[in-house]
Design a protein. Sequence first.
Length: 340
Amino acid sequence: MEIFELTKALINIESVTGHERACAEFLRRHLAARDFEVELQPVSRDRSNVFAKLGKPEVVLSTHIDTVPPFFPAREDEEFIYGRGACDAKGILASQIVAAERLRSEGVTDFGLLFLVGEETTSDGAREANLHPPGSRYIINGEPTENKLVLGLKGNLRLDIQAKGKMAHSAYPHLGESAIDKLLDVLVDLRNVPLPQDPLLGPATLNIGLISGGRAANVVPDQASAQIAIRTVNGSEEIRRKISEVLDGRCEFEFVRDTPHLHMERLDGYETDVAAFTTDLPSLTRWGRPVLLGPGSIGVAHTERECVGKAELLRAVDLYCRLVRELKNTVKSRESRVES
């Protein structure tokens, strides 16, 4: 079926973050050939978002073009399509495009498609798009949620730490100062910082994702670093304060990303869930009220087993069409109440 072929074609275009140009050009050509008004929105050198519309968009379907590394191509069996980006988010791209084509064929207008670069790193594509809102009232973002409507998203507080020491011969450690020892000490203390909980989103979590440092086994290390991701649930101010108290005077540190958590509205008739991951939505505040739903499981995203179910893709098309229709009706109802 068309959606499966489109999903595989998108997977087979390598678009690891920073290298999205070929995928953006494919999407521009594909949508223009289907009578959408399409523009490339420059983000940085050789990188652009893709924005397509029919009429004046009241509702926008959106997801991201980029993937995490490493790239590997598409393959399939009877139930699943596999490959980098299968569920995060090439299958979502395909299902939103097919949904848009169906809506257009049924005479639905005044909606759009926004496909973004850079979601997997700093959401620079979303931040650029937020400078150019089209006046839409709702944005339906696609991420792998198993086709459930997400009611809340955790935030993402990224912390980078640098510890410095003094090199020496490892046989005479007293002549040096180990940056790795310093780093390990502060990481132990960070792991003991109490983290808050939220009734909807659950507990905040801390992950030490990357540690590096040292020169050689027989050299006392003069430098060491760590990158840490904290999934926040009720803002970051208190966590930032506690972390600063632990780290001040012991190492250099910087909060390099602080994406807020989101609580979103419930819509009748949809299965619901909450998500611990972060999306582009906190950076798209001027594109309308946020809705989040998409095919696939976050449990296989970013792994060598990444896949998306074919039945889920077909179901997503139905759900996206339904959401666009319902949200457009909501816009009309609210406008009618204001006029009356």
